[in-house]
Design a protein around this ligand. Structure first.
Ligand SMILES: N[C@@H](CCC(=O)N[C@@H](CS)C(=O)NCC(=O)O)C(=O)O
Length: 217
C-alpha cells in the first residue's frame, strides 16, 4: 500500500538549512508535520540517540517522506523537485540550472558550514563573531560578482529557484552576525524581493512553533 502519512520535517526555527526546506514545502504547497529539535537545549537535542538514528550527521533538517528519511537540505529540495515538480525550483534550461546549483552550493557548502554552530564552538566564544563575519563576507564577495551575470528579479532570472531558498536564510545569518551588507546591493535587493513572498514569510524563523516569544514577529 502506498505511504499515506504526511511528511515529517525535523526543524529548528533558527536553522538556516531548515528554513530552506520550509520554503520549498511552502512553495510546493505541501502539508507536513514538524518536529522541532532544539539545537541548544539540554546540550543540543540533535545529539539524542533517537535523532542520531534518523540523521547520523546530528544536524537539522531531516525529512521523513514517502517511506524514506532524507538529510541534507539540498538533497531534500532536489527530491521534492523530482517528485513534486510544480512550481519548478530548478529551471529547465541546463545553463540556468547549472547557475542555480552553483549559487546554491556556494551558499550551502561555501559559507554556511563555516559558520555553523559546531564550528563556532571550536572557534571559541571570543573569536566567533569575527570568524563568522569573515566567512560570510568572503562568500558574499564572490556571490555579489556572480549575480551580476545571473540575476533578474531573483538569483537566476525572474523565477524563484533553489538558489533563492539558500540566499534569504544566509542573509538572515549575516544579519545575526552583524555583517555590513552595504557592499552587496544585489544580494540585498534580491533578499528584499524574496522576503515579500508568502512562502518566505510563513516559513520565516520568527514565525515557527518553536520560535521563542521574544523573537516572534
Ligand atoms: N549541509 C547540511 C548542513 C546542516 C546544518 O549545518 N544544520 C545545522 C543548522 S543550520 C545544525 O543542525 N547544526 C547543529 C550543530 O552544529 O550541532 C544541510 O544543508 O542540511
Amino acid at each position: 500500500m502506498a505511504e499515506s502519512r504526511k511528511p515529517i520535517l525535523y526543524s529548528y526555527f533558527r536553522s538556516s538549512c531548515s528554513w530552506r526546506v520550509r520554503i520549498a514545502l511552502a512553495l510546493k504547497n505541501m502539508d507536513y508535520e514538524m518536529i522541532t529539535i532544539n539545537l541548544t537545549k539540554d546540550g543540543g537535542q540533535q545529539f539524542s540517540e533517537e535523532f542520531q538514528a534518523l540523521n547520523p550527521m546530528k544536524q537539522v533538517p531531516a525529512l521523513k517522506i514517502d517511506g524514506i528519511t532524507i538529510g541534507q537540505s539540498l538533497a531534500i529540495i532536489e527530491y521534492l523537485e523530482e517528485t513534486r515538480p510544480t512550481p519548478r525550483l530548478l529551471p529547465q534550461d541546463p545553463k540556468k540550472r547549472a547557475h542555480v546549483r552553483m549559487i546554491s552550493h556556494l551558499l550551502a557548502s561555501g559559507i554556511q558550514p563555516l559558520q555553523n554552530l559546531s564550528v563556532l564552538k571550536q572557534v571559541g566564544q571570543e573569536n566567533q563573531l569575527t570568524w563568522a563575519q569573515q566567512a560570510i563576507s568572503s562568500g558574499f564577495n564572490a556571490l555579489e560578482q556572480i549575480l551580476q551575470s545571473t540575476a533578474g528579479t531573483y538569483c537566476v532570472g525572474d523565477e524563484v529557484s533553489m538558489a533563492d531558498l539558500c540566499l534569504a536564510p544566509q542573509v538572515a545569518n549575516a544579519d545575526r552576525f552583524k555583517v555590513d551588507l552595504t557592499p552587496y546591493p544585489t544580494i540585498s535587493r534580491i533578499n528584499k524581493s524574496l522576503l515579500a513572498l508568502e512562502a518566505f514569510q510563513v516559513s520565516h524563523p520568527c514565525r515557527q512553533p518553536d520560535t521563542p516569544p521574544e523573537l516572534r514577529a
